[in-house]
Ligand binder design. Structure first.
Ligand SMILES: CC(C)(COP(=O)(O)OP(=O)(O)OC[C@H]1O[C@@H](n2cnc3c(N)ncnc32)[C@H](O)[C@@H]1OP(=O)(O)O)[C@@H](O)C(=O)NCCC(=O)NCCS
Length: 145
């Protein structure tokens, strides 16, 4: 757990404590229509690294990292609650995720870090060095039998 100051409020950063309930709350606050609690609990359990940011008792932001630690890291669900956007919290989340890679990746190697971004968020990620490549993102909502 860490303290972050200088953004108006004193915020607390927590590592690997993000719960499924908190995840769903933040998801609903920006995207609506969150996944189920059962799916989300499983996802939290298997996420490599979770970062959450609190203002007092209230969760205000989160981000998580999936991957295999060696070759592939995938950033998911970077969300800052609308009232807290524009204060540097999003940047802090990405910095925390990069720190996780630095702490765990094989020293001296290059590791491909991926994410999917909506068009209006691309320039946010470009600030950290992310860029689009020619590969297109393919997806399916696969129905589990
Ligand atoms: C995208 C998001 C995480 C940014 O978080 P934030 O806390 O507002 O960002 P910060 O205040 O840390 O901004 C860091 C820098 O990015 C810039 N920035 C923030 N949002 C931006 C955007 N949508 N487009 C371009 N630049 C942006 C800021 O101006 C700032 O620039 P500076 O360092 O030159 O001053 C936040 O807007 C969010 O949660 N949005 C809703 C959920 C979402 O869509 N997540 C992304 C999934 S693809």
């Amino acid at each position: 757990m860490g303290e972050v100051t200088g953004m108006g409020n004193e915020l607390t950063v927590k590592y690997n404590e993000l719960t499924a309930e908190e995840f769903i709350f933040l998801w609903e606050s920006v995207w609506g229509n969150a996944p189920t609690l059962e799916q989300t609990r499983l996802a939290m359990e298997h996420t490599l690294f979770r970062v959450s940011v609190f203002d007092g008792e209230n969760i205000v932001a989160m981000a998580r990292m999936n991957g295999d630690m060696g070759l592939a890291y995938y950033i998911k669900d970077v969300i800052v609650r609308p009232e807290y956007q524009g204060r540097g919290i999003g940047k802090m989340l990405i910095d925390e995720l990069f720190r996780f890679i630095n702490d765990n990746g094989v020293s001296g190697t290059d590791i491909f870090v991926e994410l999917a971004a909506m068009p209006d968020k691309i320039s946010f990620y470009e600030k950290f060095g992310f860029s689009a490549n020619e590969a297109q993102r393919l997806g399916i909502m696969y129905k589990v039998k």
